[in-house]
Ligand binder design. Structure first.
Ligand code: BG6
Length: 488
């Protein structure tokens, strides 16, 4: 790979320290960074190169997932880092930054690439992009890329506005939008799981699948993010992005095993286009919203959302959302897809459950013990795949007994989301990044929910912290004759 400068905005922030430096370090010690590589950290804090390098090393000691060796390699890694003070309103700071990058590029051979990573609040994205353009930083001899994190807008209109700002400085194929769920190793497995296993491939249709359940339960509450979260709610924080991405990755039928980024992108877009649109008057029938009340999470008493510091009095914000979706295409027509996510629930778990149809229902006695076949894909924090099958119960004549086939990948070998994503962005592989079409279509689908919530047309159900969410979420399935699996 050609010489590359990694230009990091927000270099003294939390994400950089927890995720980006450890990921870069991991790639460095595994020889997966370009041979000539430098990082320029940017921020308003008074660091110089030396104090910034010390900060990077300290972040690794605290947050790298394995023990950090205090050796020459660590020192060599730290020396890749430099720091510039930068105020994004000051064009002069961008010109100084450009001179520094050019100075480094002059000392090396080959066309030079620049990757701009915006680890800052999204309201700065547009301004930074325009400063990059104005200062000439965006004029490169190699490639340039922009990496940004969610949220991509607050609703459909603001997402469009943001995109038009970014597109003044970057072309769509230069923009790498991170949704860290796409970096999770089990999400990256989904494609292979379906396409490389005829056993599953043959079953992956509405002929065999009764329903799909996608859950992302969290035990944490609003934490220190009241300002952001009270405006966002679960619908913007998790549903519009992570949950719909999980849905797309699960339900696409890519043309062949080694599908290209373009193939996958097109298939994902087709899923969003095939989602039955929600109309605002129907939102209350298909979507459940909840807010946590006081309770106990994992043995510890916790306060309700409304009493959390920084939450507006009488806030009607959603900390839980469940929905019933339907993909109107050849493969999925008629299969209800249930999605739920929320904070302060019983246990941290992101998982997908595929419930298969019951072949015996018409002939079996009413009290038969048949349990449907289930394929359970655990995405985090545990990772694994379980297939639940039925066997004849040797102890009870004429009855069945479920058995489980479990597969747990070797965690030590599975890369962290940011390791894979940064490596892919450097290598130009956009498969696990979010294309603008997906952002736009997902906001478009979610927009009636935002409007119905804002106008209070959907009841806000309180749920006890430490529970599985409001009963109404169970009722969403019960009316189709199903229940959420693993809610014991
Ligand atoms: C983030 C949300 O995008 O994802 C957080 O902003 C949430 O509110 C987090 O806690 C969940 O991610 P994970 O990887 O812990 O499931």
């Amino acid at each position: 790979m050609n010489p590359t400068t990694f230009v990091l905005f927000g270099a003294t922030g939390d994400l950089a320290k927890r995720k980006i430096y450890p990921a870069l370090y991991h790639l460095y010690i595994h020889n997966q960074l370009p041979e000539s590589f430098s990082v320029i950290g940017l921020g308003r804090k008074e660091f110089n190169d030396a104090t910034f390098q010390a900060h990077v090393k300290q972040s690794l000691r605290e947050f790298y997932r394995l023990e950090v060796q205090e050796d020459d390699t660590l020192q060599a890694f730290a020396e890749l880092f430099g720091y510039n003070i930068l105020n994004i309103d000051h064009t002069g700071d961008f010109v100084r930054l450009k001179e520094r990058v050019e100075g480094w590029e002059r000392g090396i051979d080959g066309q030079a690439n620049r990757l701009f990573y915006l680890s800052v609040a999204p309201n700065f994205f547009g301004m930074i992009a325009s400063q990059i353009e104005k200062s000439g930083l965006g004029t490169v001899s190699g490639w340039k890329r922009l990496v940004i994190e969610k949220p991509f807008g607050h609703d459909l209109a603001s997402a469009r506005e943001l995109n038009s700002q970014l597109s003044q400085a970057f072309r769509e194929e230069e923009i790498y939008r991170i949704d860290h769920y796409l970096g999770k190793s089990m999400v990256q497995q989904l494609e292979a799981l379906k396409e490389a296993n005829p056993v599953l491939q043959a079953l992956w249709t509405n002929k065999n699948i009764a329903n799909v359940q996608i859950t992302a339960d969290e035990t944490v509450g609003v934490e220190e993010r009241a300002g952001y979260y009270d405006q966002a709610g679960a619908v913007r924080d998790m549903f519009q992005n992570h949950m719909l991405q999980l849905l797309m990755m699960l339900t696409i039928h890519a043309p062949h095993n080694m599908a290209s980024a373009e193939d996958i992108r097109l298939k994902k877009k087709q899923i969003l286009e095939a989602l039955d649109p929600l109309h605002r008057p129907d939102v209350h029938e298909q979507i459940v919203r909840g807010q946590y009340a006081a309770g106990q999470v994992q043995g510890k008493p916790v306060q309700g959302y409304a009493s959390e510091p920084g939450i507006a009095p009488g806030s009607m914000n959603d900390t839980f959302i469940a929905g019933r979706l339907h993909i109107d295409n050849y493969h999925w027509r008629g299969v209800p897809i249930y999605i739920r996510t929320g904070k302060r629930l019983k246990a941290k778990s992101t998982r997908i459950v595929i419930e298969f149809k019951e072949p015996l229902s018409s002939s079996a006695p009413a009290d038969h013990t048949y349990v449907p076949n289930l394929l359970v894909i655990e995405i985090g924090p545990n990772e694994g795949i379980t297939l639940q099958l039925n066997t004849k119960d040797p102890e009870r004549k004429g009855e069945f007994k479920p058995v489980h086939i479990d597969m747990y990948p070797d965690r030590a070998e599975a890369p962290e989301a940011y390791e894979t994503l940064i490596q892919d962005a450097l290598g130009g592989d956009s498969t696990f990044f979010v294309h603008w079409d997906e952002v736009e279509l997902s906001w478009q689908w979610v927009q009636p929910i935002l409007e119905a919530f804002a106008a209070n047309e959907v009841p806000l159900y309180p749920y006890e912290a430490g529970s599985h969410g409001p009963d109404a979420a169970a009722a969403l399935l019960a009316r189709d004759g199903y229940h959420w699996w693993f809610d014991e």
